[in-house]
Structures are given as structure tokens and as C-alpha cells.
Design a protein around this ligand. Structure first.
Ligand code: ATP
Ligand code: MG
Length: 579
């Protein structure tokens, strides 16, 4: 490819709406163009990268024994009703109607479709286990599309679904996929951490995420991990044991159970300051809205609620903290007028109350009683109301590993892949059954396995860049080499550049010849920004029969003869791409 013909427009500035580096560089270097919020065109350079990621994924999925198919992107409501998800999926599901007023949706994921495909084709245990996958665009009407390709509304995903006859068979396929995922991300030049996670809207029990660890804002997940053992988990799933903290109010003179005045103590800090007690002795009571119904969460005053855990404990599909108006309304209904800060679980009726496990340990503590400027002190479990105990607590740095007791560490991660054990969550309601060897009809035991193709490419930019631009890992770079003649007017330079270009092309190395009549500085800048792994510069040293080979990854420069340079990059590229 000649640069003069390559469809790419590099920009002088970063786009104004870009917050993270991959978004900035992918737009500036001419890889993607925004059409509308969270929807991008993949321009030729980007499409080359995406196809490379796809091919690595395809090769490893095929090697792991999965079979590729392609399912429709538009899906009928009826299938989603069969699984029960039409009413619970929420607003991320893009719903539409056809000309006959039939309701449809754009596929955010394909459990329903694949389950219906399977039940038509997989009727006997003899056909199982099977793993089917596709690579396709998905649409999710994300609340906050941002970060370019990292969180789009339309994005490319590989989704695979396995069908087994037993839990053991599923466990085996799950491990098979986990192994394939490690290989895929390593081949993409992206080391990942496999972490335990919540299974969210897709459902099921066991699930893991593959995280690219990053210290930038692009990491939307907090990952807790332990260096001493192999524990690692997404914050929505991480559990921890706590360092010692006062949990008996007796030490602070909260002996008698009584109501005391606590004027204007709206925050935990103000309340602690006023009563001269540590926050670990407060029973914090928070009002949430779970699927439009209020719910209360109780947790020790020095700890935070993890909303996904709370959502699971309540059994809701969506959860958020209540607004001041919603709290007021709830109080009114129960004939109170308390403001946030004075709310307590007792006396609020018809509302689920989930108490965090930290509450179990408390004695002689402080709790709100739905009266402004008052609290109950010296309170015990018998003085409050709760429906159940659960772990709804957000783990924190320096709490202890649940496996080995050493201090937990936390880092940020970008989720590039996800594996779930679904069990019979879809096969049972959708009556997707096979005949087992004993002649009995049984639902498939399913697993599902996703990889964000476009997110993986963007995560590679997050992991590989410098202040000048992208440093693509060789395996997914759009082109391997750029050949830059310093002066296109210099015949000798142009001839050598053409020679190198033709020789590399003949060896099937993906190469761009920068034949533009531009200043060398401009060409070098673009080469660094676009992120070609190798640059061969043909300039003044040609007089001594030398060209310059620059490796983008480490900036290493070598003077070599044109043939040596060709041989050098050829060898590196071949050894890297042979699998
Ligand atoms: P997230 O928690 O980041 O919203 P998810 O858990 O909902 O993602 P899955 O349903 O597990 O996502 O989808 C499988 C993979 O698809 C994810 O691991 C991720 O790589 C990718 N993915 C999901 N949502 C998006 C998105 N909005 N933009 C780009 N890639 C996405
Ligand atoms: Mg996920």
C-alpha cells in the first residue's frame, strides 16, 4: 500500500470528546470515525486490526473445538419472552417494531437465539457436547457510551455457547475456554488477569472475567487480588475479611439502650463527632430503588455498599440509590418526616431490608429511628428490623484476602472477555432438551463465553502507546512496516525505498510506502502516531549503502544494508506470526 493512496486522515488535535488514550489516538490517527454517540465507522486501518484480532480469536476457538456460525442481528420479542428476559433486560435493549407492528430487538447478546437453534438441532446426548460461536456486531443502548471503542453502543463481539449433558462436562469446557482465552489475549500482545465476577444480566452462577490491567481511567473495573495466593475478583464480587475495629459500644459508654438528641448530624462523620464514637459503631441505613420498589440496606458506618451485590441480594435487575424526593415519599407513606441521615429500618413497612454481614457482629450500636435530630444508641439486633443478612459490602484495599488472609491489593482493569456457567437458565424455560442415554428428556447444561473484539483492539492501545502515538503489538498491527524515503525527489532514495517495498510485499510482509511529498518530520510523526511496529528510513546514509531500521516498541535504531533490513524484519515477523 502506498501512503498517498491509503485511506487515512491523521488529525492535528485530539477529538474534544475523548477522555482516554485509545479513543484519542484511534481518532487522531485516522482509525475510527464517530457516526453518532457510541457508534463508529471502522476505517481501513482499524478494520485491518479488527480482522487480525478476529482471526486470532477464530483460530483459537476452532483449535479448542468450537464451530463458527452466524446468527441474525435482529431478534423477535417472542424468543425473549420465552426466556423471561424481555421484561427484565432494561433499557440497554434496543427495541423496535417492524411494519406489521411486531416487536423486535437488536441483539445485545444471543442466548435466546442460540438456544432455539440448539433445540432444533441437538436432540440426542450422542451429539453433545457442542460449542458454537459467532463474531458479530452487537447493540446495547448503554447509559453512558464513552471511551470510544471501549464502551460503544454498537461493538463487535465474539460470543460462544456450549451445550453439555452434565456439570462435569460443562466444567471441562469452561476450563477449555479459559485456556483458549489466555492464549488469545497473549497472542494479541495483551496479558490478562482472570478474575471471579458477578454474572449480571446474563445469569448463571460461576463466571470469570479477563481483565487487562491498567492504571489509567480507561479501567472501569476495580480488581482485587492477592499476591500471596491466586485470589482475584472484580469489585462486584470480591469478598474480604476485615481488620479489627470496635464493634461493641460498651467501650464507648453506649451501655443503656436509649434515644438521644443528635442535632444536625446528617453525615456519619458529624454523628461520630457528636457522639464521640467510631464510625464502625454506626448502623448505616440507606434507601435504594430496586426495580422501582424501595429497599433498605444496612451496613456498618465505616463501610460502603456494593450495589451489584445488593441487587443480587434483593433479586432485582436494576438498582440505584433513592433521590431525596423518593426518600420523602417513603417517609410520608410510613407517617414519618425524617431526612437522610436519620432513617432507620424499624417502622418502615412493606420494604425489603437487607443487612450486611458486618451488622451481625455489632453490639450496643447507634441507629436512626426515622426522627429528625435523634438516634437510638446502645441498640442491638433485637432493636432493628431486617429480612436477611447478606454480603453487600464493597471490599477495600488492605482488607484481607478471603483465601489466605494476606492484605488485598486493588488495581484497575478493562474487561476484554467473560466466561459464564449458565447451567439451565435458558434451556429450562425455553424447553431446550435432548434425550439422554437413559431415554429421558433433559435440558442442556449451558455455558457462554464472550470476547469484545473492538474493545480488545482499543485495550491494546491503552496498554501499548507513548506520547507520540500507538505501539501496536506485531500480531494485530494494521501493517508491519512503513518504508519512508526522506526525500521523494531523490531518485536513489526512491529507488531503494521501492526496492525494499517490493521485496517485503513479495515476502507477504504488510508494508506501506510513504511516497508522499511531505517533510520527513511529518512522515515520521505520522508513522509514530499510526504505530507501525517497524520503520525503514531511506535517507542520507544511503550514500554508505545503509538504511535505518527503527523498532517502534523500544525506539531501537540500527543501520543496515537494505537487504539486511528486509531480512531482519522478515525473520521477526515470521517468528511472531507463526503459531
Ligand atoms: P461491561 O460490564 O463492561 O458492561 P458486560 O459484562 O456487560 O460488559 P458481556 O455481556 O460479558 O459484557 O459481553 C462480553 C464482552 O463484550 C465483554 O467482556 C466486553 O469485552 C465486550 N463488551 C461488552 N459491552 C461492550 C461495549 N459497550 N462496548 C464494547 N465492548 C463491550
Ligand atoms: Mg461481562
Amino acid at each position: 500500500m502506498r501512503m498517498s493512496k491509503l485511506f487515512v486522515q491523521t488529525l492535528r488535535e485530539f477529538p474534544s470528546d475523548a477522555e482516554v488514550i485509545s479513543h484519542k489516538y484511534l481518532v487522531k490517527a485516522g482509525y475510527i470515525r464517530k457516526l453518532t454517540s457510541g457508534v463508529y465507522s471502522y476505517l481501513p486501518l482499524m478494520w485491518r486490526v479488527l480482522k487480525k484480532v478476529e482471526n486470532i480469536v477464530r483460530e483459537e476457538m476452532d483449535r479448542a473445538g468450537a464451530q463458527e456460525l452466524l446468527m441474525p442481528f435482529v431478534q423477535p420479542k417472542e424468543l425473549w419472552q420465552e426466556s423471561g428476559r424481555w421484561d427484565v433486560y432494561g433499557r440497554e435493549l434496543m427495541r423496535l417494531k417492524d411494519r406489521h407492528d411486531r416487536e423486535m430487538c437488536l441483539g445485545p447478546t444471543h442466548e435466546e437465539i442460540i438456544t432455539s437453534v440448539a433445540r432444533d438441532g441437538l436432540k440426542s446426548y450422542k451429539q453433545l457436547p457442542v460449542n458454537l460461536y459467532q463474531i458479530q456486531s452487537k447493540f446495547r443502548d448503554e447509559v453512558r457510551p464513552r471511551f470510544g471503542l471501549l464502551r460503544g453502543r454498537e461493538f463487535i463481539m465474539k460470543d460462544a455457547y456450549s451445550f453439555s449433558t452434565s456439570q462435569e462436562e460443562l466444567d471441562k469446557e469452561y476450563e477449555n475456554m479459559a485456556q483458549a482465552y489466555r492464549t488469545i489475549f497473549n497472542r494479541c500482545g495483551l496479558p490478562t488477569k482472570m478474575v471471579q465476577s458477578d454474572s449480571g444480566a446474563i445469569g448463571g452462577s460461576v463466571s470469570h472475567e479477563f481483565m487487562v490491567i491498567t492504571d489509567t481511567d480507561a479501567g472501569e473495573n476495580d480488581v482485587f487480588y492477592c499476591d500471596d495466593c491466586n485470589y482475584s475478583a472484580n469489585s462486584n464480587h470480591a469478598v474480604s475479611t476485615l481488620p479489627e475495629a470496635p464493634t461493641d459500644g460498651r467501650e464507648y459508654n453506649l451501655i443503656e439502650t436509649k434515644i438521644v438528641d443528635t442535632p444536625d448530624t446528617r453525615t456519619i462523620e458529624e454523628l461520630c463527632e457528636f457522639l464521640k464514637v467510631p464510625s464502625s459503631l454506626i448502623c448505616k441505613c440507606l434507601v435504594y430503588i430496586a426495580d422501582s420498589e424501595p429497599a433498605l440496606a444496612l451496613i456498618r458506618g465505616d463501610k460502603q455498599v456494593e450495589e451489584t451485590k445488593l441487587m443480587n441480594a434483593v433479586g432485582a435487575n436494576e438498582i440505584r440509590i433513592a433521590t431525596a424526593e423518593e426518600i420523602e415519599e417513603l417517609m410520608k407513606k410510613n407517617n414519618y418526616s425524617a431526612r437522610a441521615g436519620f432513617i432507620g429500618p424499624k417502622g418502615i413497612n412493606g420494604v425489603r431490608v437487607i443487612a450486611d454481614n458486618t451488622i451481625k457482629e455489632l453490639k450496643n450500636f447507634v441507629v436512626g429511628i426515622n426522627e429528625n435530630d435523634k438516634h437510638l444508641v446502645g441498640a442491638n439486633l433485637s432493636d432493628i428490623r431486617y429480612d436477611e443478612f447478606a454480603d453487600i459490602r464493597l471490599a477495600e484495599r488492605n482488607e484481607y484476602c478471603p483465601q489466605c488472609g494476606k492484605p488485598l491489593k486493588v488495581t484497575r482493569g478493562i474487561e476484554v472477555g467473560n466466561i459464564f456457567q449458565l447451567g439451565t437458565k435458558y434451556s429450562e424455560p425455553m424447553n431446550a432438551i435432548y434425550l439422554d442415554s437413559d431415554g429421558k428428556a433433559k435440558p442442556y447444561i449451558m455455558g457462554c463465553y464472550g470476547i469484545g473484539i473492538s474493545r480488545t483492539a482499543a485495550a491494546a492501545v491503552e496498554a501499548h502507546h507513548d506520547e507520540y502515538g500507538i505501539k501496536w503489538p506485531l500480531a494485530i498491527a494494521p501493517y508491519h512496516v512503513v518504508v519512508v524515503p526522506v526525500s521523494t525527489k531523490d531518485e536513489a532514495q526512491m529507488n531503494t525505498a521501492e526496492y525494499i517495498y517490493n521485496r517485503l510485499n513479495a515476502k507477504s510482509i504488510e508494508v506501506v510506502l510513504d511516497d508522499r511529498n511531505e517533510r520527513p518530520g511529518v512522515k515520521f510523526k505520522d508513522a509514530d502516531l499510526i504505530g507501525f511496529p517497524f520503520r525503514i528510513t531511506v535517507g542520507k546514509t544511503l550514500q554508505d549503502g545503509k538504511v535505518e531500521l527503527v523498532t517502534r516498541e523500544n525506539g531501537c535504531k540500527e543501520e543496515l544494508s537494505p537487504d539486511e533490513a528486509i531480512e531482519r524484519v522478515y525473520k521477526i515477523i515470521i517468528s511472531n506470526t507463526e503459531q
